[in-house]
Design a protein around this ligand. Structure first.
Ligand code: AMP
Length: 413
């Protein structure tokens, strides 16, 4: 696939050529043909995916030098605004557009001066709103509006500002929304302000119909034993087991090995060299169970993961979506298994609240207690009851209703 075949205009093609980009990224292939046709697009994509060129190709094609502010890009942070301004200047150098960033914490006067002649503005919502209040920014000529990292912008509490800014732009415009995840609030924003948006995802290999999600209620003291039981009884290919801490990752991986399960831990505490070697072994299928923290969940394209286990439920609900996105790819079936003990319920309830996930409760099987042979040598407090070999604390909670779907305290992020 070439950049030219995506419909990118000549001046941008020339800049791309000079940047020596060899081929378009996945999000560019999926969005650019729509963007240059003027469609509204919701793109699920993360930082580093090449999204600036994805929306930039549309902006640069439509904007002309000296015809007012024709494109407005909203970003959650000043760093991102600066980075995207640099990229848009580079991509638009043969169209000689003037691109500037607008953010708070710096003097407003030079911005006011420059806003009179600029073609494209990239900025954070607070300062843009400030300029709107002072009438020092004119948005009546905006043809393309970009909401970048929309989920993060809303997480940071910018929703009201974003809506006010949108309402200052002409109704007749193209709106492009980029977001790592599309939670309810982003969905609502899209419904309200976009026109028949086309939705694309850089990770669209994940097919929700092929992903089966379940959870088990289990006492903390039997959690590891349940994991061993399921790993030994579920028919699986490659398996990823997610934990929230390095310590738990080491605990689970080492005890799995001691229980006869081929497992390796991978987390940010390992050297890059060691991580690479473990990933190579996992890819070549000599390791079947990869026990990992979230560092391993992003950006890794591993084929053939049949099962995801959440040994801990992540405290940030969008991590849950990233984790389960490791399976059910490329048309294959996948299963996500959540092991819930009382301390996981708050996080799990948050996932159910934030995302429309379809997860069913499984009856806990009769299981034998697995022996805990490995303990964290650096820990004095990890007594037997902490992880699973201590005395049983009575019967399982056995909740038949599962976690409630609301009314929880929202976690501050
Ligand atoms: P972005 O996600 O837009 O911030 O882009 C991340 C980085 O990838 C930037 O340094 C871009 O210059 C670079 N980049 C964007 N598209 C491509 C591509 N097709 N090939 C190589 N590098 C790219």
């Amino acid at each position: 696939m070439s950049f030219r075949s995506l419909g990118i205009c000549e001046p941008v093609l020339k800049a791309i050529e000079e940047e020596k980009f060899e081929k378009p990224s996945s999000i560019q292939i999926k969005t650019i043909p729509l963007v240059v046709k003027g469609k509204d697009v919701i793109a699920e994509s993360s930082t580093g995916s090449g999204k600036t060129l994805a929306f930039g190709s549309g902006i640069i094609q439509r904007a002309e030098r000296g015809k007012g502010i024709q494109a407005l890009v909203l970003t959650p942070t000043r760093e991102l605004a600066e980075q995207e301004t640099r990229a848009l200047r580079m991509f638009s150098r043969y169209k000689h557009l003037e691109v500037m960033s607008i953010y708070g914490g710096v003097s407003i006067n030079p911005q006011i001066e420059k806003l009179r002649t600029v073609d494209v503005v990239v900025g954070t919502p607070g300062r843009i709103l400030d300029h709107i209040g002072r009438r020092t920014i004119r948005l009546a000529d905006v043809k393309v509006m970009v909401l970048d990292e929309a989920d993060r912008m809303l997480d940071m509490g910018f929703i009201d500002d974003v809506e006010r800014i949108i309402s200052e732009c002409p109704k007749e415009r193209q709106t492009l929304l980029f977001s790592a995840t599309v939670p309810f609030e982003v969905e609502r924003l899209a419904k309200r302000y976009m026109r028949d948006p086309v939705r694309v995802s850089a990770e669209s290999q994940v097919d929700p119909r092929k992903l089966h999600q379940v959870y088990y209620d289990v006492d903390q003291g039997m959690k590891f034993s349940l994991l061993v039981h399921l790993l030994k009884h579920e028919e699986s290919g490659l398996v990823m087991v997610f934990c929230n801490s390095r310590r738990n990752t080491d605990f689970v991986a080492n005890n799995l090995k001691a229980s006869g399960v081929e497992a390796e831990a991978i987390h940010g505490g390992l050297t890059q060299d060691r991580r690479t070697r473990i990933m190579d072994r996992f890819h070549s299928k000599s390791v079947y169970v990869l026990v990992c923290t979230d560092v391993a969940s992003r950006g890794l394209d591993i084929q053939g993961v049949s099962h995801i286990y959440n040994y801990d439920i992540p405290s940030e609900s969008k991590q849950y979506i990233h984790r389960i996105g490791r399976t059910a790819r490329a048309g294959k079936e996948g299963k996500a298994i959540n092991l819930l003990c009382p301390k996981d319920f708050e996080n799990f309830t948050r996932v159910l609240h934030d995302f429309n996930v379809d997860v069913t409760k499984e009856k806990r099987p009769y299981i034998k207690r697995a022996e805990i042979r490995w303990r964290d040598p650096s820990s004095h407090s990890s007594g037997p009851s902490r992880y699973g070999s201590g005395p049983r604390r009575g019967p399982s909670r056995g909740s038949s209703r599962g976690p409630s779907r609301g009314g929880h305290r929202r976690h501050s992020r």
